[in-house]
Design a protein around this ligand. Sequence first.
Ligand code: ATP
Ligand code: MG
Length: 386
Amino acid sequence: MDHGDASINEMNASGSLSSTVSEARLASVFDTAADGIIVMNDRCQVLAFNKASERIFGYDAADLLGGNIDKIMPADYAAAHDGYVRHYLDTGEKKIIGIGREVRGRHKDGTEFPVELSVGEASTPEGRQFIGILRDLRPRRNVEERLAQAQAQLVHMTRISALDEMGAAIAHELNQPLTALILYMQALSRKASALEEANPQFLDILAKALGEAERASDIIQRMRQFVERKEPERELIDIPAFATECIGLVNMADAGDRPDYQLTVSDNLPPLEADAVQIRQVLVNLLRNASDAVQKQPTKIVSLKVQADKGSIEFIVQDSGPGVPDSSIPELFKAFSGRKKKGLGLGLAISRSIAQNHGGDLVLDTNRTESGATFILRLPAGVHQN
Ligand SMILES: Nc1ncnc2c1ncn2[C@@H]1O[C@H](COP(=O)(O)OP(=O)(O)OP(=O)(O)O)[C@@H](O)[C@H]1O
Ligand SMILES: [Mg+2]
């Protein structure tokens, strides 16, 4: 670049150019340029500071004209800058002139930010002058950051949906060999126990192996339900009969001391249309969790209350157990978060996804003062058009 004819050093206090027509034209370019333009002499004194520079650095031209340019640099760079310029003047070795690179600028308020700087040189009757063109990189960085965030999010989402698909595919593929394995082992077990000299140790190992295979199959079945997210097949539910049936199911399966189950169903509930199989699974899991929780308690009470609330039907399952420790709450509804030896830790995760698939939700009520845990299953009331 040759700026030799522009006599840029002749300027008035406001930092704009004057004199001839070409200079007037140059002055208007200077002040309307979107990039910052700064001119300094070989002693690093600021000779011109355009409007864009004022916007970028927060200074008025008048604050800087005649002073050292290092005011708009971070301290470490400012300390070395005079030296850099002297080095260039002595050796002619170019580090930035005609090259351009990213440097840090310093705003009047002290904040530092990236700027792209290219520097040209002009020789004038007053000596050498340097013209810096600066572009604030902050807006571009912000856009880049937002773009990077959006990309990361996209990758994450793709990974999750790939996992979903993979989970469903794996569950599907594993299901058949596992079922076959279980059938073979059941046959083997039957044959072995029918033998005259049946070996009890052998039978015991076989029974354990069968138990583990069944457990694996159970995990696969439930994983499938979890990832497949079947659309609910809604039917009108007879709530009192349904609630009694759920309690009956859990009561039957209770292995230890049976808790005292208390059922309260409000009168005049609005109709509920839901997938009975899925909702039964949710309630059975909640009641079973409650029953597990009260096992070691002196009083073993599990209550199920059904009531209407603002267009929803609430199934409230409460127990006299120790409650859910605060530290477990954030992970409670995540898969495989359970703390039981026997449980898979899938119950609440599946239950919540079933509730949400119905347009409802499943939450732990943390506002209660009573000890024990209270879970609320909320389902939208009314008749749905499928
Ligand atoms: N009523 C409750 N009181 C105290 N803790 C509970 C209660 N319900 C659930 N929890 C805690 O939350 C964990 C997760 O429950 P979740 O039903 O998801 O899994 P799980 O019962 O361990 O296994 P499964 O998959 O067989 O249901 C439990 O292991 C238990 O620690
Ligand atoms: Mg459970």
